[in-house]
Design a protein around this ligand. Structure first.
Ligand SMILES: O=C(O)C(=O)C[C@H](O)[C@H](O)CO
Ligand SMILES: [Mg+2]
Length: 431
């Protein structure tokens, strides 16, 4: 008894000194609060903020263009109650809990919600470690992230002028889209010069489409651009899911002399085997995947080497945890990444994607469209753009924050993506 009483205080003392030696990153970090912030600084964004008992907060993007409130509600009603009290460090377990635990797997709403949690947790872990997120992933594999910008014009000459502007600004890669004679509105051709925003207020607008007109026009666009700028800058093009496989094969073949970096979303990809037909006919590199949300959407495309670039990104594909899995599968087949980066992905997604890009061994390119000044003010960030490259910055976490007071000044406004109809008979088509 006497011995025991003497030992007990010593044990307590050593326990206390042991705990104080444990670095913060190795201690449990209890989630105490989480909330969804919906705002519209020029366009709608949904952001998840997670707070912990260590006084740290992490944020993740949950924006699903045109269906924003479904993810906001999924998070508030179904996910947040399950997060409170969990250890924020258990990123993998929480991912599996939300994916397997829902019973209903996959889908853009579920996977965007999981992505938001995952991004916020990686942000928190990196903040707890006092490191930029890319360090936790394995460090930098390159000095910066090559991006492509968007040049668009209402006709060929206007698009050529836009391409030249991007070349002068130092871009090494440029996506070119042009209006098509005889079509009213064409995907990718916006009103503004720096950003393209397809979502319309209130109800979806209707566009018209003719594959024949588009197929006659597009090879001429790229021939003209190459005549003007030569073969040094990379050129990209987005078909935006509008062609049948054999039409896509025809376009890919016609574009071969122009040596594109990629032809994107040449045909809808629900049927992954559709890409086999395109592949059999053309050596134009193929990119796909911005609408994918899990590895299962691209498994056959990757394993059969039917594509060259996988376009999935953090917010719609289950966060960094799942995107990393997709990239690792892709690496086995020399498929490289080309993360989606349109303006409907918030700066929070862009920040996280840049940490991923600077690490991922099989990086290809990153899409980059400028956000509006209002958006940049709501989401202060450490990433920066310089002559065709983006750099994630070295602040702890993913380097993007949200100014909640400012966000509250921009309430949600219902907006939809357009729909598309065949010009000759009004049949609903892919937009
Ligand atoms: O950026 C791209 O390549 C796109 O295709 C943009 C999409 O139309 C947009 O993100 C839809 O919300
Ligand atoms: Mg696209």
């Amino acid at each position: 008894m006497v011995e025991c009483r003497a030992v007990f205080p010593c044990f307590l003392v050593s326990l206390v000194s042991f705990v104080s030696l444990v670095p913060p990153i190795a201690r449990a970090m209890k989630i105490t609060n989480a909330r969804v912030i919906v705002c519209c600084p020029g366009r709608n964004f949904v952001t998840l903020k997670i707070e912990t008992d260590q006084g740290l907060a992490g944020i993740g993007d949950a924006t699903l263009n045109g269906r924003e409130l479904s993810v906001a509600s999924y998070l508030s009603e179904h996910v947040i109650p399950c997060l409170i009290g969990r250890d924020a460090h258990q990123i993998e377990d929480i991912w599996q809990y939300l994916y397997k635990g829902a019973y209903w797997r996959r889908g853009p709403v579920t996977m965007s919600a999981i992505a938001a949690v995952d991004t916020a947790l990686w942000d928190l872990k990196a903040k707890a470690a006092g490191l930029p997120l890319y360090q936790l992933l394995g460090g930098k594999s390159r000095t910066g992230v090559m991006v492509y910008g968007h040049a668009n014009g209402s006709d060929i000459e206007q698009t050529v002028d836009e391409v030249l502007r991007y070349v002068e600004a130092g871009y090494q890669a440029i996506r070119a889209q042009s209006g098509v004679p005889g079509l009213d509105k064409v995907y990718g051709v916006g009103k503004g010069r720096l950003f393209y925003e397809p979502a319309d207020a209130d109800l979806p607008s209707e566009h018209d489409w003719s594959s024949e007109k588009y197929l006659r026009h597009t090879p001429r666009l790229f021939e003209r651009i190459r005549e003007k700028i030569g073969f040094e800058p990379h050129l990209l093009h987005d078909v935006h899911h509008r062609l049948t496989p054999i039409e896509a094969a025809r376009l890919g073949k016609a574009l071969e002399p122009c040596q594109l970096f990629w032809m994107e979303d040449a045909t809808p990809a629900e049927n992954q085997q559709a890409f086999r037909l395109i592949r059999q006919h053309t050596t134009t590199p193929l990119a796909v995947g911005e609408v994918f949300n899990t590895i299962w959407d691209c498994k056959e495309l990757i394993e059969n080497q039917l594509i060259d670039y996988i376009r999935s990104t953090v917010v719609h594909a289950g966060g960094i945890t799942h995107l990393r899995r997709i990239a690792d599968l892709a690496a086995l087949y020399q498929v490289r990444t080309g993360c989606h980066g349109a303006t409907d992905l918030s700066p929070v997604c862009m920040g996280a994607a840049l940490h991923f890009d600077i690490w991922v061994p099989n990086f290809g390119i990153q899409e980059y469209m400028h956000h509006t000044e209002e958006t940049d003010a709501v989401f202060p960030h450490s990433y920066r753009f310089e002559r065709g490259m983006l750099y994630p910055g070295d602040s702890a976490g993913h380097g993007v924050e949200i100014d909640e007071a400012l966000a509250a000044k921009y309430p949600y406004q219902r907006a939809y993506l357009p729909v598309n109809r065949q010009q000759h008979d009004g049949t609903l088509w892919s937009w």
